[in-house]
Design a protein around this ligand. Sequence first.
Ligand SMILES: CC(C)(COP(=O)(O)OP(=O)(O)OC[C@H]1O[C@@H](n2cnc3c(N)ncnc32)[C@H](O)[C@@H]1OP(=O)(O)O)[C@@H](O)C(=O)NCCC(=O)NCCS
Length: 134
Amino acid sequence: MNEIAQAYLVYAHNEPVVVGVGIDLVDIARIAHAMRNPRFVPKVLTEREEAYCRNAQQVAGRWAAKEAVIKAVGIPLLMRNIEILNDPLGQPHVVIRDHRFDSARLRVFVSLTHEKTHAAGVAVVERVVLQVPF
Ligand SMILES: CC(C)(COP(=O)(O)OP(=O)(O)OC[C@H]1O[C@@H](n2cnc3c(N)ncnc32)[C@H](O)[C@@H]1OP(=O)(O)O)[C@@H](O)C(=O)NCCC(=O)NCCS
């Protein structure tokens, strides 16, 4: 093995790079209206998300964040296969359950917000790549 090949091996490292971004804005009244249909919430939220959400604002926030995830990932995921749960500080974390999503290499970050009339979500997808020197 020559010196250059050896240097590649020594200095090569895994580095996350951003490979996708998505955003969505939703009218909370539209979500509140949809929630009157008992089939709507189980189609959009997992049981754990449903237990967390106390109002239409929070459901709308999850709807927006999930739309943002779908845009960022570029796969038409089912909303129920995207789970957004909050850690003890309130920060939302995403888990995606779909065989088309490469969870070994991809990480998704979301942030969401809700005001009186609208909710919004944003998602960023990171992929770990082998970075070679030079
Ligand atoms: C986190 C914080 C900035 C949210 O501000 P806010 O105006 O009340 O919230 P918004 O209406 O814009 O958004 C609410 C969403 O913020 C998200 N959120 C809550 N705490 C969060 C945190 N620590 N980090 C990231 N996101 C957070 C949640 O997704 C929440 O919606 P949900 O409960 O439906 O999931 C506020 O609660 C705060 O200042 N907390 C104390 C300081 C803190 O924990 N800061 C951490 C971030 S620097």
